[in-house]
Design a binder for this molecule. Structure first.
Ligand SMILES: *Cc1c(COP(=O)(O)O)cnc(C)c1O
Length: 468
């Protein structure tokens, strides 16, 4: 399998090159050159497989000659071994025709672990094999950072620099990152929003000489391998609910559009999906876009579902690429427009194609809280605020007939104890290994939202390491 840039100009890459890079050199995102696809009878034959075995089958077409079948099996099993649930992603009944797909049983209690644990294994394999080292530079709205740090800590060929918006993530989220004192982990608290962190990381990647010199690598969902690993649980959920014969609807708490884009990929690969619901908090840029066809950036609002406090959903570029018949020049034009004018518009034809599969709605903090309260009172099921946005959105959109609906439960409620306590009057107890976080020593560098300052900081650490 080869990978092409969504902006059409960068060279095609192999899977291992895509794994070990960030943005394409033309500023685009890498996409598989063609969608592998499975027919319904093949998908049906997988319905008894354990999660890692299903993962191997779904991901195999994407990795090409990256590693042998035996090595791939070892990497996948190692990735899912730290999960504290045998199913990796158990499905729990919520209410009529509605299930929660619990994606938070990994080491950091958010769905990001599912992809990043695998990336950690694949990085290690690729780097050790070629005796190379990389610097991971990433931005996090909270959960990517800890999941990436957990996946890469103590892996000698990797240095990881993680930027988070100072004071804009929960205490647990911060401590999960800053309490990792491994010498290859470097936390940066940036004076700005998540979008500022993300913009800065993009600028660093676009600094070609810096990028080449230090071999920068992304763990954000701009990295194709993350999307790839997330495709698996759409198949998994469908197979648990009588699929692939019966199409199902997924409601996805959405920020950067990575998770839901994996749902689109599953659809392209032959999984019957009735609808993909883009569930947003007050940062409703995608809801407005689906109504009007205009993507227009407004200021980022802080909500009780902070991992979705995002305006610029990077992965939406991948969907535009698809909707534009994979016309990279078109995508490049739209993205330049977005950067220059804070907006772009798609024609009605493309918009109606998007609406055929996607719906979008936004849920405010009050509705989110009420959803947590009400679900807990009715069934004793405790949702975290992000997952609650997913459930509220599914109800608001109104799923037709008796089509099963799966809410992607993206975080453990204990990760957002304040919001959950306010809604349920119950303080979600931290699993034992997290309670010791509260007193643990932290290490973090606070920096201004300034490209040169951050770049120099990263370079000084990498240089020091080089001299050792
Ligand atoms: C990252 C995250 C999201 C948003 O996922 P995207 O792939 O960025 O759309 C939603 N909920 C939680 C808990 C997250 O950590």
């Amino acid at each position: 399998m080869h990978y092409v840039s969504s902006r059409g100009k960068a060279a095609e890459l192999s899977f291992s090159q895509v794994l070990l890079t960030g943005l394409a050199s033309d500023g685009g995102l890498y996409m598989p050159k063609a969608w592998p696809s499975f027919d319904v009878s093949e998908i049906s034959s997988w319905h008894k497989l354990p999660y890692p075995e299903l993962a191997i089958r779904v991901m195999k077409p994407f990795i090409g000659s990256f590693c042998s079948d035996a090595v791939f099996k070892k990497l996948v099993y190692k990735a899912y071994e730290p999960f504290n649930n045998f199913d990796v992603a158990p499905l729990k009944f919520l209410e009529k025709n509605t299930w929660a797909l619990e994606l938070f049983h990994g080491p950091t209690m958010a769905f990001k672990d599912i992809a990043l644990q695998l990336l950690g294994q694949m990085f290690d394999h690729a780097l050790c094999e070629n005796q190379r080292s990389i610097a991971i530079v990433g931005a996090t709205s909270g959960d990517t950072g800890s999941a990436a740090i957990e996946a890469c800590r103590d892996k000698a060929p990797i240095d990881i620099f993680m930027l988070h918006p100072n004071n804009r993530i929960s205490e647990i989220q911060r401590r999960q990152m800053t309490s990792v004192l491994s010498p290859n982990v470097h936390n940066i608290a940036l004076g700005g929003t998540f979008d500022d962190c993300q913009t800065l990381v993009k600028e660093i990647f676009n600094d070609t000489s810096f990028n080449k010199r230090w071999t920068l690598c992304a763990v954000n969902s701009i990295n194709w391998a993350r999307i790839m690993a997330q495709i698996v649980y759409y198949f998994w959920a469908s197979l648990k609910l009588g699929g692939p014969k019966a199409p199902i609807t997924f409601s996805v708490p959405t920020g950067n559009f990575g998770n839901i884009f994996a749902g689109y990929a599953a659809y392209k690969m032959g999984l019957p999906i009735h609808q993909l619901i883009i569930a947003s908090n007050d940062n409703d840029i995608l809801t407005r876009f689906l109504k009007t066809g205009t993507m227009k950036i407004s200021p980022v609002l802080s909500t009780i579902s902070p991992s979705m406090d995002i305006q610029i959903s990077s992965n939406f570029e991948r969907l535009i690429f698809e909707m534009a018949g994979r016309d990279g020049e078109f995508v490049a034009k739209k993205m330049t427009g977005l950067r220059k004018n804070d907006e772009f518009t798609l024609n009605s034809n493309m918009l109606s194609n998007i609406r055929k599969l996607f719906s979008a709605t936004s849920i405010n903090d009050n509705q989110t809280k009420n959803t947590v309260t009400e679900a807990f009172a009715r069934s004793g099921y405790c949702l975290d605020p992000h997952s609650a946005v997913g459930l509220a959105a599914a109800r608001k959109v109104g799923v037709e007939g008796d089509i099963p609906t799966v809410i992607l439960a993206t975080a453990h409620p204990a990760k957002f104890p304040d919001a959950v306590k306010a809604a349920t009057n119950v303080h979600p107890s931290l699993p034992p290994k997290f309670s010791k976080l509260l007193g643990a020593e932290e290490r973090v560098t606070i920096l201004d939202n300034n490209f040169t300052v951050v770049k120099n900081h990263i370079e000084s650490i990498l240089k020091k390491k080089g001299l050792q």
